[in-house]
Design a binder for this molecule. Structure first.
Ligand code: NAD
Ligand code: TYD
Length: 357
């Protein structure tokens, strides 16, 4: 059995759905259900006996230890985090609590459990930490893309908290021999992406007739990867990655924010035509403080050593994504109205927190 943390969030829920579509191995899904966690992402596997949802915090050491013991976990795939840069600027505290202290607590629980395993299980155990390319800082226009040996230079409270977690994971391998793997991925997009992030926000605002707010001059560059490709890369690293190593995961899709928004508007003009173009809704707003100019990933190591490369191009992935949002406007409405949070209250209000199903 594997333990997934943060499996009700954007990437985690895609990972759990893809995992169960491809494996029979059950999943324990530990998620605190912050504003970013949404159990309706997992509606299609509600009746699936291979999926057990546990409402709890990665920082709850006794809960995590009991889950590891009870379910004889053979691998942890750690997604749980505060993940939005803008929120980290307005309130960095939660980022330290979850991304740094939470990861530390999870590592401690994993180390205690792993140390007591018999030799074979001990050798096979894995702790896969899902991280970001933002730990490497910002590139100039002609700099080479980030490789696994690029020095860390995080610029936002979010990326600094992820960098701290990456260092702890590295240290637990180096010092204690914990069999860790770290993936540093570029910006993801796809189904179940919370509409505070660029792509889902722009689609939701476009369809809602609202302004499409571009920070600064719109020339910041991100390297976009379809979420299903990221999940496939994580499965590959979990299966065959060398412990103690880090793997950069990216889509070879560098785009300026303005290019991304233009593409979204053009696809919406075709799939959901209105009078005039969605491009008319574009507005420029004050830039994000400390806004990193360019991210780009050199994903050659994971391709060379583990044979992974993305299946989607930006054109195919973004078209699928826009279509998904058009087909799931109820999901977007639920998120924007906060209705999904009421479900949590209803379902968990009466229960003891952190009790595994
Ligand atoms: P998300 O914000 O959509 O989801 C995070 C999930 O973690 C939510 O379900 C939330 O409820 C849960 N969570 C938060 N704090 C928790 C805690 N203390 N205990 C248990 N659960 C908790 O994030 P995402 O975009 O799916 O990102 C997942 C991971 O991937 C993060 O670690 C992020 O740093 C990393 N990452 C994201 C991207 C991206 O483009 N979104 C790119 C590279 C790496
Ligand atoms: P975001 O999705 O927040 O991801 P990250 O900051 O982790 O890369 O933002 C992607 C890019 O889009 C980033 O350069 C900031 C920019 N952006 C806007 O221009 N407008 C917006 O409303 C948002 C949310 C982001």
């Amino acid at each position: 059995m594997i333990l997934v943390t943060g499996g009700a969030g954007f990437i985690g829920s895609n990972f759990v759905l893809d995992w169960l579509a491809q494996h029979d191995e059950p999943v324990i899904n530990l998620d605190k259900l912050t504003y970013a966690g949404n159990l309706s992402n997992l509606e299609s596997i509600q009746q699936d006996g291979r999926h057990t949802f546990v409402h709890g915090d990665i920082g709850d050491r006794s809960l995590v230890s009991s889950l590891l013991e009870k379910h004889k976990i053979r691998a942890i795939v750690h997604f749980a985090a505060e993940s939005h840069v803008d929120r980290s600027i307005l309130g960095p505290g939660e980022f330290i609590t979850t991304n740094v202290n939470g990861t530390f607590s999870l590592l401690e629980a994993a180390r205690a459990y792993w140390s007591a395993l018999p030799d074979k299980e001990k050798a096979d155990f894995r702790f896969l930490h899902v991280s970001t390319d933002e730990v490497y800082g910002s590139l100039g226009p002609n700099d080479a893309p980030f490789s696994e040996t690029t020095p860390y230079a995080p610029n936002s409270p979010y990326s600094a908290s992820k960098a701290a977690a990456d260092h702890l994971v590295r240290a637990y391998h180096h010092t204690y021999g914990l069999p860790t793997l770290t993936t540093n991925c570029s910006n993801n997009y796809g189904p179940y992406h919370f509409p505070e992030k660029l792509i889902p926000l722009m689609i939701a605002n476009a369809l809602g007739g609202k302004p499409l707010p571009i920070y600064g001059d719109g020339q910041n560059v991100r390297d976009w990867l379809y979420v299903g490709d990221h999940c496939a890369a994580i499965r590959r690293v979990l299966e065959s990655g060398t412990t103690g190593e880090t793997y950069n995961i990216g889509g070879w899709n560098e785009k300026t924010n303005l290019e991304v928004v233009h593409t979204l508007c053009d696809i919406l003009d075709q799939l959901a035509p209105k009078t005039g173009s969605y491009r008319d809704q574009i507005t420029y707003v004050k830039d994000r403080p400390g806004h990193d100019r360019r991210y780009a990933i050199d994903a050659r190591k994971v391709e060379r050593e583990l044979g992974w490369k993305p299946a989607e191009t930006f054109d195919t992935g973004i078209r699928k994504t826009v279509q998904w949002y058009l087909d799931h406007q109820e999901w977007v409405r639920g998120v924007l109205s906060g209705d999904y949070l009421k479900w949590v209250e209803k379902n968990y209000g009466q229960r003891e927190q952190g009790v595994a199903a």
